[in-house]
Design a protein around this ligand. Structure first.
Ligand SMILES: *[C@@H]1O[C@H](CO)[C@@H](O)[C@H](O)[C@H]1NC(C)=O
Ligand SMILES: *[C@@H]1O[C@H](CO)[C@@H](O)[C@H](O)[C@H]1NC(C)=O
Ligand SMILES: *[C@@H]1O[C@H](CO)[C@@H](O)[C@H](O)[C@H]1NC(C)=O
Ligand SMILES: *[C@@H]1O[C@H](CO)[C@@H](O)[C@H](O)[C@H]1NC(C)=O
Ligand SMILES: *[C@@H]1O[C@H](CO)[C@@H](O)[C@H](O)[C@H]1NC(C)=O
Ligand SMILES: *[C@@H]1O[C@H](CO)[C@@H](O)[C@H](O)[C@H]1NC(C)=O
Ligand SMILES: *[C@@H]1O[C@H](CO)[C@@H](O)[C@H](O)[C@H]1NC(C)=O
Ligand SMILES: *[C@@H]1O[C@H](CO)[C@@H](O)[C@H](O)[C@H]1NC(C)=O
Length: 409
């Protein structure tokens, strides 16, 4: 039997590390994505996987540099040493990662306190994380950070876990953001209540809002009755990140209609460490619009009973071709009604299977003697279970040609 089942799209369970580059190849791929997108002078591309005392010697002597600048624990430079090489720089197209470094300030970004320094990070982002000695204050430069103008490609701006950093100024006028998806958490000071940036302390200010332009990041919330303030939101541009909350599900997004995720390869929808979350339950799931493109979700460490319904899987996860970094979920027990006029059948055997099933629930086995019944699979679109075909005299798999998705929990 030639088992070429190219029509089957498995629900991905792949591991994707977004926080750091797991290999040089990932770095080059990300940088290529940055430079391929724009007209650039090859002389002004900085193509080094890390900034250190060796690589900085080849830093381009250009006003606009195309780069993903990586400063990390292996960087043997101080901010003032970096600054010498960056003196001409006014634009970085690409991004910046300052992670696990020993930098004490970011004053290497030129011309502090003026908006003459810009990141154009539509295809990347700015990440400043886990820097134990990074301090706050006047040494933080004023920076203009911009994603894509149509708002479809928000740049990521994440400032996280810098225990000495007063990052309050990074959310207001001092850092000018357009089309940027801001996450400032776990620092000495984070953003207070600033327009557009949803934080757990400011939820009440969103009571009238219908549009969240900078994503939805809730990273510590134990008073879930506050979530009612988000019930008018019908559009979110940016990533959704809900961590360490007591939320039971997402039904608080009562009016949600459009979600414009950033088109990045990292996670755009994160549900993590929400110990009471048993359901997804995004309302009106079949009419939510999401743009085409890569969408990586992460459902991690939720309530042990967290489950997805068949309707959610079909109307949302399959329809939008969502893939997962982790999917700590089960299939919900309530198999419920026939979803959207599709005929759902439990599987016992090929012989007992009805003729016109569109959804099969259970482990589908086709074995010796089932050859005549195989036509019953002609209009099966979705299988929730495993697929085994063995010891048959079948020569072709054409009866499975409508099978679009298999989800096995
Ligand atoms: C930052 O530190 C946390 C906790 O130690 C770790 O889980 C995370 O992976 C680190 N992030 C980066 C980018 O190194
Ligand atoms: C960067 O260098 C790598 C390895 O030499 C190469 O494969 C890649 O094409 C270069 N990328 C750019 C944008 O120059
Ligand atoms: C990190 O910076 C601090 C303060 O500048 C310094 O005392 C320490 O030696 C540095 N550590 C490393 C590993 O460079
Ligand atoms: C931004 O916030 C910081 C501290 O949160 C404050 O000192 C500064 O004046 C604010 N700047 C503007 C322009 O609002
Ligand atoms: C939520 O957490 C805060 C800070 O830890 C605490 O003061 C407050 O009592 C908690 N509220 C509830 C309802 O647990
Ligand atoms: C669900 O979406 C449809 C189509 O956009 C709309 O007509 C309907 O009112 C929505 N229902 C709710 C409960 O929001
Ligand atoms: C489904 O029901 C079984 C038995 O009744 C139970 O053990 C299991 O936890 C339930 N699963 C979910 C996801 O609720
Ligand atoms: C789905 O509909 C068919 C008839 O159209 C019915 O035989 C079957 O029992 C229904 N399944 C469920 C789970 O309601």
């Amino acid at each position: 039997m030639t088992a070429l089942i190219h029509t089957i799209l498995f629900l991905f369970f792949h591991v994707f590390v977004s926080s750091t580059f797991s290999s040089d190849a990932d770095f080059y791929a990300a940088l290529n994505k940055v430079v391929d997108w724009v007209q650039h002078d090859p002389k002004c591309v900085f193509n080094k996987t890390i900034l250190d005392s060796e690589t900085i010697k080849s830093f381009p002597d250009c006003e606009t540099v195309f780069a993903i600048i990586v400063v990390n624990e292996n960087t043997d430079l101080t901010s003032s040493q970096i600054k010498k090489y960056f003196s001409k720089l006014t634009w970085i197209t690409g991004g910046l990662r300052v992670e696990n470094s020993n930098l004490t300030d970011l004053a290497f970004l030129p011309k502090p306190e003026q908006f003459t320094f810009c990141f154009y990070c539509e295809n990347y982002g700015v990440y400043i994380r886990n820097n134990s000695n990074l301090v706050a204050g006047f040494k933080l430069p004023a920076v203009y950070i911009s994603g894509n103008e149509d708002g479809k490609k928000n740049c990521r701006f994440e400032v996280e876990n810098n225990p000495k950093l007063n990052a309050g100024m990074m959310c207001n006028g001092t850092y000018l953001h357009t089309d940027t998806d801001i996450k400032v958490v776990g620092n000495l000071k984070n953003c207070g209540c600033t327009p557009d940036v949803v934080t757990e302390n400011c939820l009440s200010e969103f009571a009238e809002k219908t549009y969240l332009a900078k994503g939805l990041h809730l990273t510590k919330l134990n008073e879930t009755n506050q979530l009612i303030y988000l019930s008018n939101v019908n559009q979110i541009t940016g990533a959704i990140d809900i961590q360490n909350t007591n939320a039971r599900d997402l039904s608080f997004l009562k009016s949600i209609k459009n979600i414009d995720f950033p088109s990045v390869s990292s996670v755009v929808f994160n549900l993590q460490n929400n110990p009471e979350m048993t359901r997804f339950a995004l309302p009106n799931i079949s009419s939510i619009n999401i743009p085409e493109g890569t969408k990586l979700f992460n459902f991690e460490n939720l309530h042990p009973d967290f489950c997805l319904t068949i309707e959610e899987l079909i109307q949302f996860f399959f329809r939008h071709k969502i893939s997962f970094q982790n999917i700590h979920a089960k299939l919900c027990n309530e198999t419920g009604k026939n979803s959207s006029d599709l005929m759902m059948c439990g599987f016992e055997s090929m012989n007992k299977l009805p003729n016109n099933c569109n959804i099969i629930l259970g482990d589908l086995r086709v074995e010796a003697g089932d050859e005549m019944d195989i036509v019953k699979l002609d209009s099966v679109y979705y299988l929730f279970g495993s697929l085994t075909i063995r010891n048959t005299k079948l020569e072709k798999m054409e009866n499975l040609q409508n099978l679009a998705n298999v989800a096995y929990f």
